[in-house]
Design a protein around this ligand. Sequence first.
Ligand code: NAD
Length: 470
Amino acid sequence: MSVQKTVEAARTAFNSGMTRPRTWRVAQLKAMNDMLVDHKDDFIAALAADLGKHPSEAWLTEIGFLTAEIAHTIKHLEAWLRPQKAAVPLAMQPAQATTVLDPLGVVLVIAPWNYPIQLLLAPMIGALAAGNTIVGKPSEMAPASSAALARWVPEYLSGAVSIVEGGVAETTELLEQRFDHIFFTGNGRVGRIVLAAAARNLTPVTLELGGKSPVYIDETVDMIAAARRIAWGKFMNAGQTCVAPDYILGTDAALAKLAAELPKAIEDFYGTEPAHSLAYGRIINDNAFARIAGMMAEDLGEESGSALVSGGRTDAATRYIEPTVIHVDAEAKLMEGEIFGPVLPLVTVGSAAEAISFINGRDKPLSLYVFTEDLEVRRDFMEQTSSGALNFGVPVAHLSIPGLPFGGVGESGMGSYHGQHSLETFSHRKAVMDKPLSPDTLSMIYPPFGSFKQQVIKRFVAPAKKLRNH
Ligand code: NAD
């Protein structure tokens, strides 16, 4: 079916009203759950083919992540969909005021390659729960995952979700159609293309983008535990995680202690030869490999002033980059853009205050991770920085808390999702007012405005008085 016909079919399905009942929505969520369970082996094999993902990592970050989100949504959907009461001011009484969630219509979900199953289906959970029909565009960079999704989604979610496979040409064609919401996950360059296309139809957009997510660490923490947490968040999926710690800021003393522990954590996780570890992934394609290996080589060049702490080996044939830690200065190549690979730069700062101004001098991050037991330093990061999320003591894990909104701010994106936040993202919260015609209390504000009415309006209906005493 052509792209245009696919979108038309999604609109016809939505306009039929079939998505309105909660029973339909729950049935779709159950169908998605069962697709994941029935074909888990296909999805796990696809993730291994695309990214060398270990089955346990696939469970944790893709299949099991999605089934947990589905279960949470099914459990709470009835309560979330209940109309919410709003208070009615005295002058408008008697009346009832509520808000109800309306589905938006046809939603486009465009996904990237790094968590190719999760990032296509997780937004769809909210979009289905909200009663929309969906067109999904998996990433062409993860061809095995894209093919598995194109094969199984239509079988389980026919009429609710269509999949359009392809790359730039197909996405461009999709963006020429009118949607009621576009949910895009990927880089900011394409995010701008999506936003410009959406503007033509005033289509609301969620942009889940990336960027450099910093870590600040000081000497007050248990350095062994912190190193293990950081290595886990950084090197899962071979560093190709939007919320992976991108670089570490700390004083020389704190970084020296961390640099002593990180190689031990890496060895515990992946052995002395991570190339032989089934738990360690590969870089998605040759271009990405050349980009990351190139930055690393440049920063380790003779005149760079950088120092290799551990790792550094690469193999272009298998797109392998060893988990690598490098001490660099702020001008290093690795500090320019998002690394999106298994290379972790350490950058010295003089203090927590200097770390805060370093972070505030750059784009607002998707996540910011702070490792300190110092309550004042924690408070300073909380009050003086802006990021999609701020975690103390753990990277990445905030994604698995369905009550937390997941999304960026500024250059790291706009809008958010997960759990109830997804439902709000994919719905319009409609204001509903119901005022009985009798008694006709509004007659006090109808013209003509005699002096009595003027007094009533000024004193009771719309009073205005100074709030400051000077
Ligand atoms: P990608 O190259 O797969 O692109 C994402 C989508 O955009 C794909 O479906 C692709 O087909 C489409 N696309 C690419 N070029 C296009 C064009 N010119 N016009 C229209 N569509 C186009 O993925 P990527 O952008 O390399 O993904 C990595 C980025 O995504 C990183 O910056 C990462 O931090 C970010 N990311 C963010 C999140 C999040 O949840 N915030 C999650 C994962 C990745």
